[in-house]
Design a protein around this ligand. Structure first.
Ligand SMILES: NC(=O)c1ccc[n+]([C@@H]2O[C@H](COP(=O)([O-])OP(=O)(O)OC[C@H]3O[C@@H](n4cnc5c(N)ncnc54)[C@H](O)[C@@H]3O)[C@@H](O)[C@H]2O)c1
Length: 327
């Protein structure tokens, strides 16, 4: 008997890599992409040159621009940029299949997590969150990683974990959907800060200190929002933070590096077709943290840098000059 087909909504780097991973056990995968040329190239050439260059895609991946082609599948991974997710999901016909949210961010207009936006846009569908240390190219190449798969219930996990688990892609069970979301959203902002440290050539000690203090911010914010500490110190929190804060493969890190080297955020972002989620998440994260009374000095610094209100060197000096306090 042939395996059940599954779907992926979003034909960027991460959606295409997830489609490749899912197709690796012979499963048919339907991939919705925003751009018609991407759909044509995936179907005719088994390539996605704009977003995942250099990867030969599994022919079991069939792309479409019509969400109705995915509506009846038992599981859909949602991998649009965070700021487009609500609008894209509003175009998905009703169905009962699980939506597994894989985008990382907070919605700018509303301050809502992806799970809240998805619940409003696609009412009635069960929701889960998949997040962890996952650079798209490595996953597409079959290199191993592990992720948090936060589910509404054990029954949902029993339904979707077998559809996702592959020899090189290992999900871990959690029921902390908020925690899994917050780790992924906050680490993108902290990665910009780590990139700034790199751009200013402040050294490895400074980067490690920033990761540790950034993790303290993530934890404070997460706990204030109802996340569990063990989720934040797991794959979707600390695991992803360490990855994104250590590599130029991260778009957020490379954006921060450019800022540290003295470039303006608007110029760096204008040169890119790909999304650096941290740049969108930073101001809304700052807003939500303020409203909840959570101190996030590193996030505040990233916001000031992105807005061009301060030079990178001055921003770091101001962080270091804050009043002494307990760790
Ligand atoms: N790239 C990674 O390694 C990686 C890993 C884990 C999670 N993520 C997350 O996955 C999400 C998607 O990122 P990505 O790296 O696949 O994107 P990407 O930067 O590779 O591609 C941009 C995507 O935006 C889409 N897009 C552009 N304009 C749009 C519009 N108006 N409406 C709908 N879609 C539009 C494009 O079709 C494309 O799919 C992000 O939230 C990101 O944080 C990425």
């Amino acid at each position: 008997m042939s395996k059940q087909a599954v779907g992926v909504i979003g034909g960027g780097a991460w959606g295409t890599a997830l489609a490749q991973m899912l197709a690796s056990d012979g499963r048919a995968v339907r991939l919705w992409a925003f751009e018609a040329p991407v759909v044509e190239e995936v179907n005719a050439q088994h390539r996605n040159t704009p977003y995942l260059a250099g990867i030969d895609l599994n022919p079991g991946i069939r792309a479409t621009t019509d969400l109705a082609d995915l509506a009846d599948l038992p599981m859909l991974l949602v991998v649009t940029p965070a700021q487009h997710m609500r609008r894209v999901l509003a175009g998905l016909p009703q169905g009962e299949g699980d939506l597994v949210l894989c985008c990382k961010g907070i919605e700018e207009a509303t301050g809502e997590l992806m799970v809240d936006a998805a619940r409003a846009a696609a009412p009635g569908r069960p929701l889960a969150v998949l997040s962890g240390p996952t650079f798209a190219h490595e996953v597409a190449n079959g290199q191993p990683t592990a992720v948090t798969l936060a589910c509404e219930s054990e029954a949902q996990w029993d339904r979707i974990a077998p559809l996702i688990w592959r020899p090189a892609f290992r999900p871990y069970f959690s029921t902390d959907i908020i925690g899994a979301e917050i780790g992924g959203a906050v680490k993108n902002v902290l990665a910009i800060a780590c990139g700034v440290v790199e751009g200013l050539r402040l050294g490895q000690n400074a980067r490690a200190a920033l990761i540790a203090r950034g993790f303290a911010e993530m934890t404070r914010f997460g706990l204030a929002c109802g996340a569990q500490a063990e989720t934040l110190s797991g794959l979707s929190g600390l695991g992803d933070l360490v990855l994104t804060c250590s590599s130029m493969s991260s778009r957020n890190f490379s954006l921060g590096k450019a800022l540290g080297e003295g470039r303006k955020a608007a110029d760096v972002l204008a040169d890119r077709a790909t999304v650096a989620e941290g740049a969108f998440t930073a101001p809304v994260l700052q807003r939500v943290a303020k409203a909840r009374g959570v101190a996030m000095p590193i996030v505040d610094t990233v916001c000031a840098l992105l807005a061009g209100q301060v030079a990178a060197g001055d921003a770091v000096a101001a962080l270091l000059a804050r009043p002494l306090t307990a760790e």
